[in-house]
Design a protein around this ligand. Structure first.
Ligand code: SER
Length: 422
């Protein structure tokens, strides 16, 4: 099942259950200065979770474009993505645990045809702020999940809040068993060994946490759910990584054809960052030296570095953008409408970076040789800072280059100098 089919099935299913389909909010938040990008489906809906009346009613469903860059360094492995799509269904003071669990169960088992044996779930174990969520566990049992596959965990696993303050609550997560062997006797959905993959998270938002850490009840109980589309496509297609799905395969294949040096991590980084930077640019993001502009710059520049690693001519970038537009336009028609702007922005940033790279890499090599000749393996923060300040060479690139050469950078010293500079 292709990602777009999963998305369409999802929206249709929840529409059938009385939900109104609302459009995805842009990646760049319109009225929320607290975040650089929309990082979860709930973000654009916060006012309504807090009690404001939503013009489309109290049962909503959507797909939301999201960007999370806190794990950007991990992209290149078999699962991390900076851009992803989250499918959501929302109760704004309407249904709660029972209906939410039943609908999730039915969607997974009847619409996506996932065998019940493949599913495990987790619920909140309870603490001084909120009681153990036996109600949700009972709902799962009633729906058809046997007791031995219902687990209870604390706030680290089964509580959801965006940031320090805001609407929050216990959640129940659904996991898909990949069929891999258990990593130990105690292997369970929270252990992260890869046997269990989280596929959906239903948050029962009935609390508000303030800055002092105090929890109060909201005036309404809400349900916020998030199903990761790329991950679900990967599982339903029996793939090991999202990069093998139709969402990424055309770019992965093209890179394999063009590369002179084989490196799967670099192919994934180029593929992932290309999609991410195209989506951000499409929603109006522009590279710069601050805030979200810096993140976009970093994504584009990291992609270029890895194209260089694969020894692919940067002139191919234009073709790669064309391939991605072609491949993704059914899901995101705006990519086609804005294709020329996206291209101009990304290619201009490429040209700027090529200049920076040429100068910076030469300087880096000189610095590295000096450090090596002194028998040391750490590039001092002063050098990292000089490369940044004089040549505009991003510290994370210095760090990556250092790592590639079996060296480290003195991050602490760099950060101190950077703060002084700010
Ligand atoms: N807010 C929850 C999440 O992002 C569920 O949508 O996982």
């Amino acid at each position: 099942m292709k990602a777009i089919e999963i998305r369409n099935k999802y929206l249709k299913f929840f529409q059938k259950h009385g939900h109104v389909v609302i459009p995805s909010a842009p990646l760049i938040p319109e009225n929320d200065p607290s975040v650089l990008f929309t990082t979860a489906g709930m973000q654009p809906l916060v006012p309504y979770l807090l009690g404001e009346t939503h013009p489309s009613g109290i049962r909503l469903t959507d797909y939301q474009k999201c960007v999370r860059t806190n794990d950007i360094e991990e992209v290149g492995d078999n699962r991390h993505l900076t851009y992803f799509e989250m499918l959501g269904n929302w109760s704004l003071g309407d249904y709660f645990k029972e209906e939410s669990v039943q609908m999730s169960f039915d969607f997974l088992t009847q619409e996506l045809n996932i065998p019940v044996e493949k599913l495990s779930v987790t619920c909140f174990a309870g603490d001084e702020d909120c009681e153990r969520d036996n109600v949700t566990a009972e709902c799962w049992k009633k729906a058809g999940i046997p007791e031995e596959r219902i687990y209870f965990f604390g706030k680290d696993d089964n509580w959801w809040i965006a940031g320090e303050e805001g609407p929050c609550g216990p959640d129940t997560e659904m996991f898909y068993d990949t069929g891999k062997p258990k990593c130990s006797e105690e292997c369970n959905p929270s252990c992260g060994c890869g046997k269990y993959v989280e596929i959906w998270n239903n948050v029962f938002m009935e609390f508000f946490k303030d800055k002092e850490g105090k929890y109060t009840k909201l005036k309404q109980h809400n349900v916020d759910t998030g199903l990761g589309l790329e991950r679900m496509a990967m599982l339903l297609q029996g793939k090991e990584t999202p990069f093998e799905t139709e969402l990424f395969a055309p770019i992965m294949d093209k890179l394999a054809e063009l590369q002179k040096v084989d490196n799967i991590a670099s192919r994934r980084i180029v593929t992932e960052h290309l999609r991410s930077s195209m989506m951000i640019t499409c929603d109006g993001g522009r590279p710069s030296n601050v805030d979200r502009g810096y993140i976009l710059r970093r994504l584009i520049r990291r992609m270029i570095r890895h194209m260089n690693k694969l020894q692919i001519s940067l002139d191919e970038l234009s073709t790669l953008i064309d391939i991605n537009v072609e491949n993704l336009k059914e899901m995101y028609p705006a990519l086609e409408t804005n294709k020329e702007t996206i291209k101009t922005v990304i290619l201009e940033e490429k040209d700027k970076f090529v200049k920076t790279l040429t100068k910076g890499e030469k300087e880096f090599v000189k610095e590295m040789e000096t450090v090596k000749s002194e028998g040391k393996d750490t590039i001092p923060g002063t050098m990292v800072f000089r490369l940044y300040d004089t040549y505009g060479f991003p510290p994370e690139v210095t760090e990556e280059l250092a790592t590639e050469n079996g060296m480290k950078i003195d991050k602490e010293e760099f950060e101190k100098l950077f703060k002084e500079h700010q």
